[in-house]
Every structure is written in C-alpha cells, then in structure tokens.
Design a protein around this ligand. Structure first.
Ligand code: FAD
Length: 439
C-alpha cells in the first residue's frame, strides 16, 4: 500500500500527529522499533497541564482510567537559598505514560491509523528524481508514501539522514540535552504528603507528586551526562532541605535542551516532537509543546497533500506559523535563561526577592525589572558581573524574538534569515556554557 504519510516513532508526538492526520482523511502508517508492549516504558509518570486535553482535542484522562494518577493545581518555586516562595496556579494531570500512550494509540487506530512495531527505520526510499518516497526498515521491508515524518525522539533518525538544503542534520548531543535523574521516594514522615510541585530552578531540581501514597518524585536535569546529573542531585539535596525519604527506585532519561531546527520541513519531510527539539525552555515539558506544533502541521500537511507531492514550499507555512509565534517567544526565553543561570546563588535569591523572571501569578510590579536590577547592584545584593551577563542575555533574547517574528514567508528569503539567526544564537550561547564544575 502507498500511504499518504509514514511516521517514524509511535510515542506521544508520532501517535498524536497520526491521529490528527487520519481525522483529516489521510492514510497513515506509524512504525516503531520497539514492541507494542514495551512502547514508552522508558518513563513511568508524566505531568502536563490539564487544559492541554481540551486545547488539543484529546479526551481527558480522569479518575478511574487506568493511566490516571491524580491532579494537582499549584506549582511553587523557590530561590537557590530556599527563600521567596512563588505560587502559580496551574492545573496539572499526572499520568502513567505507557498506559496513556496505549489510549492515544487506540483512538488513532479507531480513526484508521495503521501501526507496525519492531520495525526499525534505517533509511529513506527515493524515487528516480531523488525525491523521498518512503522508508526502509532493518528487516529489509520497504513502505512507500508521499511524506515521511520524523517522530523518533532525540536520535532524530530521519532528520539526520534527510540531506535537504532546508533541514539541519545536527545530533542532539550531550551539550544539547538535559540528562534527567528521577528518584521515586517514600517520605519517612507518614503525616507528610507532596500534593503540589516545587522547583528550585537554580539547581534545575524539583519535588513533585507521584502515584503511591506518601510518595514523591525528586528530580534534577543537567547537561553533559548522567554522572554530572547525579553530582547536581547531590548539590541540590545538600543545599535544599527536602523531607527525609527512603528511595524506591530511580529513573533516568534525557530531554532536548537546544533550539529547534530553523526549518521543520524539507521536500517530502517533516520533523516533530523531540526529533525537532521541541521542549519548553522553562521546565523541559515536551508533550503539549509537540502537540501545539502538530496542530499547525496537520492542517498544512492535509492541504499540501491535496496538491500532490509535499514540497518544502508547500509545507513552509508550518515554519512560518510556528516560528513567528511560540518559536519567537521561546527563542527569546531560551537566550534569557542562559543569562539567568550564569550567576551565584545569592544573585538568584535576589531575582526571586524582586520577582524578576520568577514571579507568582498575582505579582504586580511597581517598577521596571531594569530599575530593580540596578537597585540590586547599587545596594550590593546583585553582582555587577551577573547584571552585565543578564542584561546582555535579555538584549540578545529580545533580538532573537524580533528576528523569529520576521521568519520569512517566502522560502527564497530563508538563507538570509538563517545567517542572521545563526549569528544571534552564537552570541546567546547555550545552557551548557553555564556548567562550571563538571569534573
Ligand atoms: C525523565 C523525563 C521526564 C519527563 N517528564 C515529562 C513530563 O512530565 N511532561 C512532559 O510534557 N514531558 C516530559 N518529558 C519530555 C517528554 O518525555 C518528551 O518530550 C516526549 O516524550 C517526546 O515525545 P516524542 O514522541 O517526540 O519522542 P519519544 O518519546 O522519544 O519517542 C520516540 C519513538 O521513536 C522510536 N524510534 C526511535 N528510533 C527509531 C527507529 N530507528 N525506527 C523506528 N522507531 C524509532 C522510539 O522507540 C520511540 O518510541 C520528560 C522527559 C524525561 C527524559
């Protein structure tokens, strides 16, 4: 059978996107290297904002559903010196990922999506003109289609071999991701429960609810390696007085922490989810981010396929719509956060004290952030060096946001846009540059 679309990767991005395309009348095949029963088992508990269900048309997981764990509605954060609690009202769903993905898959199947498991993508099929026309799997099978979608997560197995002038083939390497170490723990005090999440951004550490009564998840994310993440966990736990606990088990995984490719599309190609490095700069959440991008892409793909072969030109509007909106916002935020991390614990404490970057929902500013930063320097509460780094990062972030808002609608103008974007990202640096004690 010749499919309209083949998606490589059957986890949260690939399965969601497949369903969206099937609902628009397209024939879709999803392949995954893993067996159906092992799918997405790398992670157990996931959290994401509850309104994502309605926003992206996914039937909500509710008490009684096998994947449902619980809800909570407050997310706190505190400074590096454990002060100045910030409170944000965010309704969060806590779910078992492997069971949730099973439900998403069943919905997609009901809408006509076909799934094949234990099918590892190894190469693209090309027609006589060199255009993408399908995939080859490790067992030698060939499947044909008009559009191949990379939803393979961090390995980005298709994007890395696509060789298209618009698509970057970079690997998401150790400097470009966060190694996440999660400790599932049981609190020793039977009267204590973790009902909400609390983050200490300075340590990229947090504590959040899990599925067993009296339990919690303590997490840390860090660039470079799992070894370094473990070092960061030790630093976090020695700096912040967390409740006493007994370790149940550990989970480790990694999540992209780098800018997405400038173009998500090429001739007969699209990348989504972690393969497109789509995670929230503030907390690494990837599932709803991928869905937002997929919603844009589904309409554009459905239209492009009505007109024959989906060239980069026909898919270009995915880039335009995404990069000019969320892409612009997160590019600025990503650059700014590099500056916000290049400082001491005392400086971070001042940002919290003055609600600069880190603020509660109900905070009302009486003066500008710039004025409060200057006050911090003049009163010796905020180091001049941190001030310079931070103001510089904000400036570059603003330029990036502006540049992304002008993402070219005409594909001919892309090269010029990309050249300037590369210069700005070089100036912005990366979160990995802020690591000072990896050895
Ligand atoms: C520890 C940790 C905790 C997280 N917690 C949250 C959270 O609470 N909330 C949230 O929103 N996000 C969370 N994230 C991020 C989130 O898990 C990812 O952003 C999301 O799972 C990415 O989904 P994806 O479908 O793009 O890729 P993946 O989940 O990586 O799926 C890729 C799929 O492609 C398949 N594949 C790979 N190579 C091939 C190949 N050659 N051929 C065929 N198939 C292939 C894989 O088997 C896999 O099934 C967390 C990440 C980590 C590491």
């Amino acid at each position: 059978m010749n499919y309209d679309v083949i998606i490589v990767g059957a986890c949260t991005a690939g399965t969601f996107f497949a369903n969206q395309l099937a609902m628009r009348g397209l024939s879709v095949l999803v392949i995954d290297k893993d067996s159906e029963q092992d799918l997405c088992k790398r992670l157990d508990i996931i959290h994401f904002t509850r309104d994502s269900f309605e926003q992206f048309g996914v039937p909500e997981s509710l008490p009684g559903d096998e994947e449902f764990v619980r809800h909570f509605n407050l997310c706190y954060s505190k400074s590096a010196l454990n002060n100045h609690l910030k409170e944000n009202k965010i309704n969060v769903s806590v779910l078992h990922l492997p069971l949730f993905i099973k439900r998403l898959r069943n919905t997609a199947k009901q809408n006509g999506v076909e799934f094949l498991f234990e099918k590892k993508f190894v190469d693209l099929l090309r027609d006589d003109d060199g255009r993408i026309c399908g995939v080859v799997t490790e067992d030698g099978s060939k499947y044909t289609c008009r559009l191949v979608v990379d939803a393979s997560g961090i390995p980005s197995v298709v994007r890395r071999v696509v060789r298209d002038k618009y698509v970057e083939d970079f690997a998401i390497g150790p400097r470009d991701k966060f190694y996440v170490l999660l400790k599932y723990v049981k609190l020793n005090d039977p009267n204590l429960t973790i009902e909400h999440s609390t983050s200490w951004q300075y340590y990229k550490g947090w504590i959040a609810p899990q599925h067993t009564p009296g339990g919690a998840i303590i997490g840390v994310g860090a660039n470079l390696s799992f070894d370094y993440a473990r070092k960061c966990m030790a630093k976090f736990e020695s700096a912040i007085p967390l409740p006493d606990y007994t370790l149940q088990y550990e989970e480790m995984g990694s999540t992209p922490y780098t800018r997405p490719p400038f173009s998500f599309v090429g001739d007969g190609f699209l990348c989504i989810g972690d393969a497109a490095a789509l995670t929230k700069p503030m907390n690494g959440e990837g599932i709803p981010m991928a869905w937002g991008h997929c919603m844009i892409a589904a309409d554009v793909v459905a239209n492009a396929l009505k007109e024959g072969y989906p060239t980069a030109e026909k898919l270009w509007d995915i880039n335009v719509q995404y990069q000019r909106a969320e892409g612009a916002e997160y590019a600025g935020l990503r650059a700014m956060l590099v500056g916000a991390m290049k400082m001491t614990a005392k400086d971070n404490d001042y940002l919290f004290k003055e609600s600069i970057v880190f603020k509660s929902d109900d905070y009302v500013a009486k003066s500008s952030e710039a004025a409060r930063l200057v006050k911090g320097v003049l009163t010796g509460q905020f180091a001049l060096k941190s001030f310079v780094n931070f103001v510089r990062a904000i400036g570059i972030g603003n330029k990036l946001t502006k540049h992304y808002k002008n993402f070219p609608t005409n594909i001919q103008d892309f090269d010029k846009w990309r050249t300037k974007a590369l210069k700005l990202w070089k100036k912005a640096g990366s979160m990995a540059d802020t690591v000072t004690d990896a050895d």
